[in-house]
Design a protein around this ligand. Structure first.
Ligand code: E4P
Length: 215
């Protein structure tokens, strides 16, 4: 399973990239708004930072507007992927963009049936939102558990991005279930890096070494 960072913050993206474990970035309008900067400038800057897909979301709600926005965004850099919301209009836009060789990431997916439709329309990626399902007392990871074998069984090439990741166990479960990618906030990436026993073990090694280093 690959890991993307779910962020529009340049410092977080650089820090995660420097760890050598990131193969893409996902943004959304809320993450971009948090940065308080021009949308296109942020997306363009992120696209130069990573060697991998960078998802940028359209704002239009009808297909022709989504396609027009998508073409503008896709022209910003070669690695831009267009995030399209999972609606009837979104499906139409995905199909048209596929015909124009523009890659899409269908977002706000909350069921395996939605993922199936997005894949049939020609999505490059689908993003089921695990954490938001957990928030309303559903078992979010079940959607990943359903989608992965369905896509395999029917030879659908669309990749599954486990999204709305809230903690390291989500990443572990997504990997176990065979998600292609998990898009992970910076805070959760660092929670995955750190372990109290690693910290304590390193402190003890260094302390022991310091006792004999001058002998
Ligand atoms: C995915 O692409 C979305 O940007 C993201 O994972 C949403 O996460 P949230 O539910 O924590 O906002």
């Amino acid at each position: 399973m690959r890991i993307f960072i779910d962020s529009a913050n340049i410092e977080e993206i650089k820090a995660a990239r420097d760890l050598g474990i990131i193969s893409g970035v996902t943004t959304n309008p809320s993450l971009i708004a948090r940065e308080g900067r021009n949308f296109r400038q942020v997306v363009q800057e992120i696209a130069t930072l990573v060697d991998g897909p960078v998802s940028a979301e359209v704002i239009s709600t009808e297909a022709s507007g989504m396609v027009a926005e998508a073409l503008e965004l896709a022209a910003l850099a070669e690695n831009i992927v267009i995030k399209i919301p999972m609606t009837a209009e979104g499906l139409k836009a995905v199909k048209r963009l596929k015909e124009k060789n523009v890659k899409t990431n269908v977002t706000l997916i909350f069921s395996a049936n939605q993922a199936l439709l997005a894949a049939l329309a020609g999505a490059t990626y689908v993003s089921p939102f695990v954490g938001r399902l957990d928030d309303i007392n559903h078992y979010g990871m079940q959607v990943i558990a359903d989608i992965v074998p369905i896509f395999a069984q029917h030879g659908l090439e669309t990749e599954v991005i486990a999204a709305s990741i809230r903690h390291p166990l989500h990443v572990l479960q997504a990997a176990r279930l065979g998600a292609d990618i998990a898009t992970v906030p910076y805070k959760v990436i660092m929670q995955m890096v750190n372990h109290p026993l690693t910290e304590a073990g390193l402190a003890r090694f260094l302390a022991d070494w310091n006792k004999v280093k001058d002998k």
